[in-house]
Design a protein around this ligand. Structure first.
Ligand code: ADP
Ligand code: MG
Length: 340
């Protein structure tokens, strides 16, 4: 109901210099939701640094301490979708009312609201209502408020009312503790020098750190290989290589459809409406540019088109971006969104 994941609790969220401020602010908020000056509490930082985990931990702790409070965790993406649906079904007011009676509202990845003026508008009203009534709002974002683009000024200024706390990349000691904690919870033993080897080489992202250790465990148990430094080296190398990861065609279609505020199925449809055709052509163009897929494969994945259609799309995008200023802006915006 509250959408909280019990595994993402404070106990499992290891403290280090990189997250001390955010973690402690989270604990303070959980002790007195709505009753601190950290309202909203905005947690920001790069991919895989623990924003979602920490957001859940705060919610879970509040639920523990104040079982009567309604706590809701939702991604900004889902929030947007719900809002769009409510408009379609003519019950925008019910949507607003639902959110206005929550005690603790946690919205993950608010950068997703960028450019979505309708959703921002409705969120602004919900936010004001909650804030005025002493309810707690917790937000996460991949950027600091000053760096957020295409978010209305009045909303940004609300974001800055409380505390913005950054999650940074954890230092070596914290990375080691995170790994040890994970191994301990999974009941797996691993030599110290191997843990340190992994922690030393995977630096920027906790999700990848965990991913490497999971592969290592899987390799050793399924392939009955002994966990040695050499095996760790092999896996870490693959990991570091794979993390310069290729974007998938699915992901490109999703980013492009979101940008133009349409469904992926609309983007793939047979319609010849100009803005939909353009979105489809942009998706094909970026699929060509950012993946190794063949023209035929791109075509078949983006609405079952043939390779000639994809080739034509790529040429059209090239042409339009040199002649049409608005179109060039689309290309630039999307390139930014797809940049890894
Ligand atoms: P984000 O939302 O910032 O992309 P997540 O919250 O999804 O990142 O975290 C990625 C993974 O790293 C999760 O499995 C999470 O449990 C783990 N993680 C991140 N920070 C910590 C930490 N300080 N201690 C333990 N695990 C962490
Ligand atoms: Mg997240």
């Amino acid at each position: 109901e509250s959408q909280l994941n019990p595994n993402y609790n404070f106990e499992n969220f290891l403290e280090g210099d990189s997250n001390r401020l955010a973690r402690n602010a989270g604990i303070a908020v959980a002790n007195k939701p709505g009753g601190t000056s950290f309202n909203p509490l905005l947690i920001f930082g790069g991919v895989g640094l623990g924003k979602t985990h920490l957001a859940h931990a705060i919610g879970i702790d509040i639920k523990d301490k104040y079982p009567e409070k309604t706590v809701l965790y939702i991604s900004a993406e889902k929030f947007t979708q719900q809002y769009i649906d409510s408009v379609k079904k003519n019950n925008r007011n019910d949507f607003i009312h639902f959110y206005q009676i929550i005690d603790v509202l946690i919205i993950d990845d608010v950068q997703f609201l960028s450019g979505k003026t309708g959703t921002q508008d409705v969120f602004f009203h919900i936010f004001n209502h909650l804030h005025q009534n002493g309810k707690q709002v917790i937000l996460t974002s991949d950027k600091a408020p000053v760096d957020m683009q295409d978010i209305e000024q009045r909303l940004l200024s609300r974001f800055k009312w409380g505390l913005s706390a950054e999650l940074q990349s954890p230092d070596f000691e914290t990375r080691v503790s995170i790994l040890k904690n994970k191994l301990y919870r999974d009941g797996v033993e691993m030599p110290e020098d191997i843990i340190e080897y992994v922690a030393k080489h995977i630096k920027t992202n906790v999700r990848e750190l965990e991913g490497a250790i999971i592969s290592l465990i899987a390799q050793s148990s399924f392939n009955k290989k002994e966990i040695t430094i050499n095996l760790a080296k092999e896996i870490v190398e693959k990991f570091v290589k794979n993390t310069k990861r290729e974007v998938s065609i699915d992901y490109i279609q999703k980013v492009v459809s979101d940008y133009f505020q349409m469904d992926v199925s609309t983007l793939q449809s047979k319609t010849r409406k100009r803005h939909i055709v353009q979105a489809r052509q942009l998706a094909m163009f970026f699929a060509k540019k950012y993946t190794k897929a063949s023209l035929a494969s791109i075509g078949s994945q983006i609405g079952k088109r043939d390779h000639a259609t994809v080739l034509h799309a790529c040429k059209t995008v090239d042409n339009l971006s040199s002649t049409d200023k608005q179109f060039r802006k689309y290309v630039e915006d999307l390139a930014k969104k797809l940049a890894l």
